[in-house]
Design a protein around this ligand. Structure first.
Ligand SMILES: [Zn+2]
Length: 302
């Protein structure tokens, strides 16, 4: 049986309700992994945000910070335990030029083995197992290092059934990534196109979804109007692709370089504002449950 691998252990589908598939609890993108913070400070700052999400029906969240964005599994675990709220943690590496230097010297096999170890055992002696693999692609196409990382992710994915999610802003690049995944003997069904909303050409959303991959509209409340998101979602539903859609905010988070972690953005726009709009547009409750519970569970569970 598939489980969501979380900071609070493996969770079955029937143990969870609404799941947010792309948020951040703790991250620092400009300077990456050198950022320092105390777990207790992050818990103090982020517990109210997690509690507000829980009050809106959210039962779990996928944290999308990889190595290169100041991933701290120990901090995510501390927030989880304080809120009794499961968080899915990523292995993998976020984008250039913030990648750790060691990535350049590792080959495909070593990168695959590193991901496999985090997916099968634990991250940095925290007792937290990674749930999925987070990567990125440069805007105009994969760099050499990103290509090696994608082959490594497909290698680790094949062995563990882990999902690969990639920060990818162009549909053409997402299609190239699917080619590599298929060449590696893995499947587009275990690939999430993170930030699909950045691509203006909706035909490319359709093409990626028809190849079996997940589309992730993960800036709900920002970047596009609610009506644009509604229109895309309704067209995907009409095309029989409801089971390929993920919805999230890409919000949060405690930034260790800002005083007191900076200004937090709540994880509540979908439950408080966007879902009522979906209902008002005629989307039925079973479809809403699929979009907010079944789909994110299936996308990440293994
Ligand atoms: Zn993100």
């Amino acid at each position: 049986m598939a489980h969501l691998i979380t900071t609070l252990g493996p969770k079955r589908e029937d143990e969870l309700g609404m799941i947010l598939p792309h948020e951040h609890i703790f991250a620092n993108f400009p300077t990456g992994d050198d950022a320092e913070a105390k777990a207790e400070d992050v818990v103090t700052a982020m517990l109210p945000e997690v509690n507000k999400a829980q009050a809106g029906g959210v039962t779990a969240l996928v944290d999308a910070t990889a190595v290169g964005g100041a991933r701290r599994a120990d901090i995510l675990k501390a927030v989880s335990e304080a809120a009794n709220f499961p968080i899915v943690v990523a292995t993998g590496i976020f984008k250039e030029p913030w990648k750790a230097n060691w990535v350049q010297t590792f080959g495909m096999d070593s990168l695959c083995n590193w991901m496999l170890d985090e997916l099968s055992n634990q991250i940095d002696n925290t007792g937290v197992r990674a749930g999925w693999i987070k990567l990125s692609a440069a805007d105009d196409g994969l760099t050499a290092v990103e290509t090696t990382l994608l082959y490594a992710a497909a290698c680790a994915g094949r062995a563990t059934d882990a999902t690969i999610g990639s920060h990818t802003v162009r549909g053409r690049v997402a299609l190239d990534q699917l080619d590599i995944i298929e060449q590696s003997g893995y499947t587009p069904e275990r690939f999430i196109w993170i930030h699909t909303q950045m691509e203006d050409d909706f035909d490319l959303h359709l093409e990626v979804a028809r190849r079996g991959a997940w589309l992730e509209y993960d800036a709900i409340g920002e970047h596009r109007t609610d009506d644009e998101y509604l229109n895309w979602i309704q067209r995907l539903i009409a095309a029989g692709l409801t089971d390929r859609i993920l919805l999230s905010h890409d919000r949060g988070w405690y930034d260790p370089l800002q005083p007191d972690g900076g200004v937090r953005k709540p994880y509540t726009y979908i439950s408080e504002v966007f879902l009522p709009k979906l209902r008002a547009a005629g989307v039925d409750e079973s479809t809403i449950r699929q979009l907010t519970h079944t789909n994110p569970f299936r996308a990440y569970a293994r």
